[in-house]
Design a protein. Structure first.
Length: 189
């Protein structure tokens, strides 16, 4: 079975990789596919890096890990990105790997019940989100991954770069180089 780890990946960072590794190992998955959202509708009104940058960083983040891959279907799709559209394109049943914050918000997703009918859900604990909050939403539909707490987020990393601080070792080295080479997240960009 394949795991799907979706997100904005702005930028992809070590917490994403640790979550994917935990899902792969603990659930006995064949592979984990990183799926960057092209136009994440739940982030409308917020600044999000261009999809081509997020796709390029995602490809670099998973390179060299034989059981990780990246899928650009949502980056290529016009309009808002909805998980259900991707699930309807996939022939197989998948495990949707979600941070606890995303899992808690799953009922707000476009066609949430259809999403839940097509997937198994694996939840990664996140600081500030109680397990009871997620269980109240998903109940027995979710399995929890044993992942060490990592307080790393795209928001925090973008702020660090904007402030002139290094994010090296918080993102895979090829991602760090891409951010630096393209001047991403710097003030005024």
């Amino acid at each position: 079975m394949r795991g799907i780890l979706g997100g904005t990946f702005d930028p992809p960072h070590i917490a994403h990789l640790v979550a994917a590794e935990a899902a792969y190992r603990q659930l006995g998955l064949d592979r984990v596919t990183f799926l960057p959202a092209g136009a994440p509708w739940q982030k409308s009104g917020r600044r999000v890096s261009a999809p081509e940058h997020r796709w390029a960083m995602t490809r670099r983040a998973v390179a060299g890990v034989e059981y990780f891959d990246a899928d650009d279907r949502e980056v290529r799709r016009p309009g808002w990105t909805y998980t259900i559209d991707t699930l309807e394109e996939l022939a197989e049943r998948v495990v949707l790997v979600l941070g606890a914050d995303a899992a808690r918000g799953l009922p707000t997703w476009h066609r949430a019940e259809d999403v839940l009918a097509r997937v198994e859900v694996a939840v990664v604990p996140r600081p500030g989100v109680a397990r009871e909050e997620v269980d109240a939403v998903l109940g027995a539909r979710a399995s929890w991954l044993d992942v060490p707490p990592l307080e790393v987020s795209g928001t925090r990393l973008r702020s660090m770069v904007a402030a002139g601080r290094s994010v090296r070792f918080l993102v895979p080295d090829p991602v760090w180089r891409y951010i630096d080479d393209h001047g991403l997240y710097r003030e005024g960009r």
